[in-house]
Design a protein around this ligand. Structure first.
Ligand code: SPD
Length: 342
Protein backbone atom coordinates (compact mmCIF):
# COMPACT_ATOMS: atom_id res chain seq x y z
CA UNK A 1 0.00 0.00 0.00
CA UNK A 2 2.76 2.31 0.98
CA UNK A 3 4.58 1.49 -2.28
CA UNK A 4 1.45 2.17 -4.32
CA UNK A 5 0.97 5.52 -2.59
CA UNK A 6 4.61 6.35 -3.38
CA UNK A 7 4.37 5.31 -7.03
CA UNK A 8 1.14 7.07 -7.83
CA UNK A 9 2.47 10.58 -7.36
CA UNK A 10 5.49 9.66 -9.47
CA UNK A 11 3.26 8.41 -12.26
CA UNK A 12 1.13 11.50 -11.97
CA UNK A 13 4.18 13.72 -12.11
CA UNK A 14 5.33 11.99 -15.28
CA UNK A 15 1.88 12.35 -16.82
CA UNK A 16 1.71 16.02 -15.88
CA UNK A 17 5.12 16.70 -17.34
CA UNK A 18 4.16 14.91 -20.61
CA UNK A 19 0.94 16.94 -20.83
CA UNK A 20 2.73 20.22 -20.15
CA UNK A 21 5.40 19.41 -22.75
CA UNK A 22 2.66 18.68 -25.27
CA UNK A 23 0.69 21.83 -24.49
CA UNK A 24 3.86 23.93 -24.62
CA UNK A 25 4.50 22.58 -28.10
CA UNK A 26 1.03 23.62 -29.17
CA UNK A 27 1.56 27.33 -28.54
CA UNK A 28 2.78 30.25 -30.54
CA UNK A 29 3.47 33.62 -28.96
CA UNK A 30 3.06 36.16 -31.72
CA UNK A 31 4.06 39.79 -31.18
CA UNK A 32 2.89 41.86 -34.14
CA UNK A 33 1.78 45.31 -35.27
CA UNK A 34 -1.74 46.33 -34.29
CA UNK A 35 -4.28 46.22 -37.14
CA UNK A 36 -2.11 44.02 -39.31
CA UNK A 37 -2.89 40.32 -38.73
CA UNK A 38 -6.52 39.31 -39.35
CA UNK A 39 -8.12 37.25 -36.59
CA UNK A 40 -9.47 34.92 -39.31
CA UNK A 41 -5.89 34.06 -40.28
CA UNK A 42 -4.95 33.26 -36.69
CA UNK A 43 -8.12 31.19 -36.21
CA UNK A 44 -7.53 29.33 -39.49
CA UNK A 45 -4.00 28.44 -38.40
CA UNK A 46 -5.20 27.15 -35.02
CA UNK A 47 -8.03 25.15 -36.60
CA UNK A 48 -5.62 23.46 -38.98
CA UNK A 49 -2.68 22.83 -36.65
CA UNK A 50 -4.11 22.80 -33.13
CA UNK A 51 -1.49 25.43 -32.21
CA UNK A 52 -2.94 28.11 -29.96
CA UNK A 53 -1.76 31.60 -30.86
CA UNK A 54 -1.24 34.14 -28.08
CA UNK A 55 -1.27 37.46 -29.89
CA UNK A 56 0.12 40.67 -28.43
CA UNK A 57 0.43 43.91 -30.40
CA UNK A 58 2.61 47.00 -30.56
CA UNK A 59 2.40 50.30 -32.43
CA UNK A 60 6.05 51.05 -33.14
CA UNK A 61 9.28 49.27 -33.89
CA UNK A 62 10.85 50.92 -30.88
CA UNK A 63 8.22 49.35 -28.59
CA UNK A 64 8.88 45.96 -30.19
CA UNK A 65 12.63 46.33 -29.72
CA UNK A 66 12.44 47.30 -26.07
CA UNK A 67 9.96 44.54 -25.19
CA UNK A 68 11.93 41.94 -27.12
CA UNK A 69 15.10 42.82 -25.23
CA UNK A 70 13.28 42.88 -21.87
CA UNK A 71 11.07 39.86 -22.52
CA UNK A 72 13.68 37.14 -23.01
CA UNK A 73 11.98 34.16 -24.60
CA UNK A 74 8.45 35.53 -24.30
CA UNK A 75 7.90 35.73 -28.06
CA UNK A 76 8.14 33.09 -30.79
CA UNK A 77 7.43 35.28 -33.79
CA UNK A 78 7.78 39.03 -34.33
CA UNK A 79 6.95 41.41 -37.14
CA UNK A 80 9.57 44.17 -37.32
CA UNK A 81 9.99 46.62 -40.14
CA UNK A 82 13.10 46.22 -42.28
CA UNK A 83 15.34 48.61 -40.31
CA UNK A 84 14.26 47.18 -36.96
CA UNK A 85 15.07 43.68 -38.23
CA UNK A 86 18.49 45.04 -39.22
CA UNK A 87 19.01 46.25 -35.63
CA UNK A 88 17.89 42.86 -34.27
CA UNK A 89 20.24 40.96 -36.57
CA UNK A 90 23.14 43.19 -35.49
CA UNK A 91 22.26 42.60 -31.83
CA UNK A 92 21.94 38.82 -32.43
CA UNK A 93 18.31 38.87 -31.31
CA UNK A 94 17.04 36.78 -34.24
CA UNK A 95 17.38 33.09 -35.02
CA UNK A 96 18.41 32.00 -38.52
CA UNK A 97 15.42 30.57 -40.37
CA UNK A 98 15.24 26.95 -41.45
CA UNK A 99 14.36 27.61 -45.09
CA UNK A 100 13.57 23.93 -45.67
CA UNK A 101 10.43 24.49 -43.54
CA UNK A 102 9.37 27.51 -45.63
CA UNK A 103 8.25 25.77 -48.80
CA UNK A 104 5.93 28.65 -49.71
CA UNK A 105 8.70 31.25 -49.73
CA UNK A 106 8.80 30.74 -53.51
CA UNK A 107 5.57 32.79 -53.70
CA UNK A 108 7.34 36.01 -52.70
CA UNK A 109 8.39 38.47 -55.39
CA UNK A 110 12.22 38.10 -55.49
CA UNK A 111 12.58 41.89 -55.53
CA UNK A 112 11.43 41.89 -51.87
CA UNK A 113 14.06 39.35 -50.82
CA UNK A 114 17.70 39.77 -49.73
CA UNK A 115 17.29 43.50 -49.22
CA UNK A 116 19.88 45.51 -47.24
CA UNK A 117 18.31 44.70 -43.85
CA UNK A 118 18.90 40.97 -44.42
CA UNK A 119 21.21 40.69 -47.45
CA UNK A 120 21.42 36.89 -47.41
CA UNK A 121 17.76 36.33 -46.57
CA UNK A 122 18.69 34.25 -43.52
CA UNK A 123 16.50 35.85 -40.86
CA UNK A 124 13.41 37.46 -42.34
CA UNK A 125 10.44 36.77 -44.59
CA UNK A 126 8.48 39.69 -46.10
CA UNK A 127 4.94 40.05 -44.69
CA UNK A 128 3.60 43.27 -46.22
CA UNK A 129 5.17 46.41 -47.65
CA UNK A 130 3.96 49.96 -47.90
CA UNK A 131 4.67 53.64 -47.87
CA UNK A 132 4.02 56.57 -45.57
CA UNK A 133 2.11 59.29 -47.34
CA UNK A 134 -0.47 62.04 -47.16
CA UNK A 135 -4.23 61.50 -47.07
CA UNK A 136 -6.44 64.41 -47.98
CA UNK A 137 -10.19 64.72 -47.51
CA UNK A 138 -10.78 66.45 -50.84
CA UNK A 139 -14.34 67.42 -49.88
CA UNK A 140 -12.85 69.83 -47.36
CA UNK A 141 -9.34 70.68 -48.58
CA UNK A 142 -9.48 72.46 -51.90
CA UNK A 143 -5.88 73.67 -52.15
CA UNK A 144 -3.27 71.38 -53.74
CA UNK A 145 -1.41 69.19 -51.23
CA UNK A 146 1.79 67.87 -52.72
CA UNK A 147 4.27 67.62 -49.87
CA UNK A 148 4.89 67.83 -46.13
CA UNK A 149 4.99 71.64 -45.99
CA UNK A 150 1.54 71.80 -47.60
CA UNK A 151 0.16 69.65 -44.80
CA UNK A 152 1.57 71.69 -41.92
CA UNK A 153 0.35 75.09 -43.14
CA UNK A 154 -1.26 77.43 -40.58
CA UNK A 155 -4.54 77.02 -42.50
CA UNK A 156 -4.68 73.38 -41.31
CA UNK A 157 -3.97 74.13 -37.67
CA UNK A 158 -5.68 71.51 -35.48
CA UNK A 159 -7.07 69.59 -38.50
CA UNK A 160 -4.18 67.12 -38.93
CA UNK A 161 -3.60 63.50 -37.87
CA UNK A 162 -0.12 62.00 -38.04
CA UNK A 163 1.56 58.78 -37.02
CA UNK A 164 2.74 58.67 -33.45
CA UNK A 165 6.19 57.60 -34.61
CA UNK A 166 9.30 59.63 -33.83
CA UNK A 167 11.46 58.33 -36.66
CA UNK A 168 8.70 59.06 -39.17
CA UNK A 169 8.21 62.63 -37.93
CA UNK A 170 11.93 63.41 -38.11
CA UNK A 171 12.11 61.86 -41.58
CA UNK A 172 9.42 64.22 -42.93
CA UNK A 173 11.38 67.21 -41.64
CA UNK A 174 14.64 65.83 -43.07
CA UNK A 175 13.01 65.42 -46.49
CA UNK A 176 11.66 68.95 -46.31
CA UNK A 177 15.13 70.27 -45.54
CA UNK A 178 16.67 68.22 -48.37
CA UNK A 179 18.76 66.21 -45.88
CA UNK A 180 19.50 62.45 -46.04
CA UNK A 181 17.11 60.32 -44.00
CA UNK A 182 19.55 57.62 -42.95
CA UNK A 183 22.59 59.67 -41.96
CA UNK A 184 21.36 61.40 -38.87
CA UNK A 185 23.70 63.43 -36.68
CA UNK A 186 23.46 66.28 -34.18
CA UNK A 187 23.81 68.90 -36.91
CA UNK A 188 20.90 67.47 -38.88
CA UNK A 189 18.73 67.20 -35.76
CA UNK A 190 19.49 70.83 -34.87
CA UNK A 191 18.05 71.82 -38.26
CA UNK A 192 15.06 69.53 -37.80
CA UNK A 193 14.15 70.95 -34.37
CA UNK A 194 12.57 74.29 -35.41
CA UNK A 195 10.70 72.69 -38.32
CA UNK A 196 9.19 69.99 -36.12
CA UNK A 197 8.51 72.42 -33.27
CA UNK A 198 6.27 74.33 -35.67
CA UNK A 199 4.63 71.19 -37.05
CA UNK A 200 3.79 69.32 -33.83
CA UNK A 201 1.72 72.19 -32.49
CA UNK A 202 -0.47 72.04 -35.61
CA UNK A 203 -1.32 68.35 -35.09
CA UNK A 204 -4.63 67.38 -33.53
CA UNK A 205 -4.14 63.61 -33.29
CA UNK A 206 -1.03 61.44 -33.02
CA UNK A 207 -2.08 57.86 -33.78
CA UNK A 208 -0.13 54.95 -35.21
CA UNK A 209 -2.78 52.27 -34.53
CA UNK A 210 -5.71 53.65 -36.50
CA UNK A 211 -5.07 57.13 -37.92
CA UNK A 212 -7.93 56.55 -40.38
CA UNK A 213 -10.43 56.88 -37.53
CA UNK A 214 -9.92 60.62 -37.02
CA UNK A 215 -10.35 61.18 -40.78
CA UNK A 216 -13.46 59.01 -40.98
CA UNK A 217 -15.02 60.77 -37.98
CA UNK A 218 -14.33 64.16 -39.56
CA UNK A 219 -12.16 65.15 -36.58
CA UNK A 220 -9.38 66.09 -39.01
CA UNK A 221 -9.14 66.86 -42.74
CA UNK A 222 -5.72 65.54 -43.68
CA UNK A 223 -2.93 63.44 -42.34
CA UNK A 224 0.28 61.52 -42.80
CA UNK A 225 -0.36 57.82 -42.36
CA UNK A 226 0.60 54.24 -43.28
CA UNK A 227 -0.48 53.45 -46.85
CA UNK A 228 -2.72 50.59 -45.69
CA UNK A 229 -4.74 53.02 -43.59
CA UNK A 230 -5.08 55.33 -46.59
CA UNK A 231 -6.15 52.37 -48.72
CA UNK A 232 -8.96 51.53 -46.29
CA UNK A 233 -10.11 55.16 -46.38
CA UNK A 234 -10.11 55.19 -50.19
CA UNK A 235 -12.14 51.95 -50.20
CA UNK A 236 -14.72 53.65 -47.99
CA UNK A 237 -14.88 56.95 -49.83
CA UNK A 238 -12.99 58.21 -52.87
CA UNK A 239 -12.86 61.68 -51.35
CA UNK A 240 -9.83 60.41 -49.37
CA UNK A 241 -6.96 60.81 -51.82
CA UNK A 242 -3.47 59.42 -51.21
CA UNK A 243 -0.42 61.52 -52.12
CA UNK A 244 3.20 60.37 -52.11
CA UNK A 245 5.02 63.48 -50.82
CA UNK A 246 7.00 65.17 -53.56
CA UNK A 247 10.07 65.65 -51.32
CA UNK A 248 10.35 61.86 -50.88
CA UNK A 249 8.63 59.16 -48.88
CA UNK A 250 9.42 56.25 -46.65
CA UNK A 251 8.88 52.80 -48.11
CA UNK A 252 8.87 49.92 -45.65
CA UNK A 253 8.94 46.16 -45.79
CA UNK A 254 7.54 44.59 -42.64
CA UNK A 255 8.82 41.08 -42.09
CA UNK A 256 8.28 37.98 -40.00
CA UNK A 257 11.23 36.83 -37.89
CA UNK A 258 11.90 34.39 -35.06
CA UNK A 259 13.63 35.69 -31.92
CA UNK A 260 16.82 33.83 -30.97
CA UNK A 261 15.31 33.06 -27.55
CA UNK A 262 11.97 31.77 -28.92
CA UNK A 263 10.76 28.57 -27.27
CA UNK A 264 8.47 27.41 -30.10
CA UNK A 265 10.57 27.87 -33.21
CA UNK A 266 8.97 24.99 -35.12
CA UNK A 267 5.50 26.47 -34.58
CA UNK A 268 6.80 29.85 -35.72
CA UNK A 269 8.08 28.31 -38.96
CA UNK A 270 4.67 26.68 -39.45
CA UNK A 271 2.92 30.03 -39.02
CA UNK A 272 5.24 31.79 -41.47
CA UNK A 273 4.71 29.07 -44.06
CA UNK A 274 0.94 29.28 -43.49
CA UNK A 275 0.95 33.07 -44.06
CA UNK A 276 2.91 32.54 -47.26
CA UNK A 277 0.07 30.53 -48.80
CA UNK A 278 -1.62 32.63 -51.50
CA UNK A 279 -5.12 32.02 -50.11
CA UNK A 280 -4.05 33.11 -46.63
CA UNK A 281 -2.03 36.10 -47.78
CA UNK A 282 -5.05 37.22 -49.81
CA UNK A 283 -7.02 37.41 -46.53
CA UNK A 284 -4.36 39.72 -45.10
CA UNK A 285 -4.70 42.00 -48.14
CA UNK A 286 -8.48 42.04 -47.82
CA UNK A 287 -8.38 43.37 -44.24
CA UNK A 288 -5.14 45.35 -44.37
CA UNK A 289 -4.58 46.52 -47.97
CA UNK A 290 -0.88 47.22 -47.92
CA UNK A 291 1.40 46.24 -50.83
CA UNK A 292 1.37 42.46 -50.93
CA UNK A 293 4.83 41.04 -51.79
CA UNK A 294 3.33 37.58 -52.41
CA UNK A 295 3.03 37.31 -56.20
CA UNK A 296 0.76 34.26 -56.10
CA UNK A 297 -1.56 36.05 -53.64
CA UNK A 298 -1.62 39.12 -55.88
CA UNK A 299 -2.99 36.96 -58.67
CA UNK A 300 -6.00 36.31 -56.42
CA UNK A 301 -6.72 39.99 -55.71
CA UNK A 302 -9.58 41.75 -57.48
CA UNK A 303 -8.93 44.49 -60.08
CA UNK A 304 -10.34 46.97 -57.52
CA UNK A 305 -7.84 45.88 -54.87
CA UNK A 306 -4.96 46.16 -57.34
CA UNK A 307 -6.17 49.59 -58.51
CA UNK A 308 -6.13 51.08 -55.01
CA UNK A 309 -3.63 53.94 -55.36
CA UNK A 310 -2.52 53.70 -51.73
CA UNK A 311 -1.86 49.94 -51.84
CA UNK A 312 -0.06 50.08 -55.18
CA UNK A 313 1.06 53.71 -55.61
CA UNK A 314 2.71 55.15 -58.69
CA UNK A 315 6.49 55.36 -58.54
CA UNK A 316 7.89 58.23 -56.54
CA UNK A 317 11.05 59.06 -54.63
CA UNK A 318 10.90 56.20 -52.14
CA UNK A 319 13.56 55.15 -49.64
CA UNK A 320 13.76 52.50 -46.94
CA UNK A 321 14.99 53.16 -43.41
CA UNK A 322 18.30 51.75 -42.21
CA UNK A 323 19.66 51.00 -38.77
CA UNK A 324 20.91 54.38 -37.50
CA UNK A 325 22.42 53.12 -34.23
CA UNK A 326 22.54 55.62 -31.37
CA UNK A 327 20.84 58.37 -33.37
CA UNK A 328 17.56 56.51 -32.73
CA UNK A 329 17.77 57.57 -29.08
CA UNK A 330 18.54 61.19 -30.07
CA UNK A 331 15.43 61.21 -32.28
CA UNK A 332 13.26 59.91 -29.43
CA UNK A 333 14.57 62.58 -27.05
CA UNK A 334 14.07 65.37 -29.60
CA UNK A 335 10.47 64.46 -30.43
CA UNK A 336 9.53 63.80 -26.81
CA UNK A 337 10.88 67.26 -25.91
CA UNK A 338 9.00 68.94 -28.72
CA UNK A 339 5.73 67.23 -27.91
CA UNK A 340 5.99 68.36 -24.32
CA UNK A 341 6.63 71.91 -25.51
CA UNK A 342 10.34 72.06 -24.63
N1 SPD B 1 -1.03 48.85 -38.48
C1 SPD B 1 0.07 48.32 -39.18
C2 SPD B 1 1.14 49.32 -39.39
C3 SPD B 1 2.33 48.76 -40.04
C4 SPD B 1 3.34 49.78 -40.26
N2 SPD B 1 4.56 49.27 -40.52
C5 SPD B 1 5.53 50.17 -41.00
C6 SPD B 1 6.37 50.79 -39.99
C7 SPD B 1 7.49 51.54 -40.57
N3 SPD B 1 8.13 52.39 -39.60
Amino acid sequence: MKLVRFLLPLGLAAAVSTVSAASKKQELNLFGWSEYVPQAVIDGFTAETGIRVNFETYASNEELLSKLVAGGGAYDLVQPSDYAAEVMIRQKLLAPLDLSQLTNLKNIDPSFLKRPHDPEGRYTVPYMAGTVGIVVNTDVIKTPIKGYRDVFQPAHQGRIVVLNDNRELVTWALYTLGLPINTINAEALAKVRPVLADWVQRVKVFDSDSPKTALLNGDVDLGIVWSGEAAILWNQDKKFQYVIPAEGAHQFIDVLAIPAAAKNKENAHKFINYILRPQVSKLVSADFPYTNPNLEARKLLSPEELANPASYPPAGKLETFRDIGRAAGDIDRLVTDLKSGL
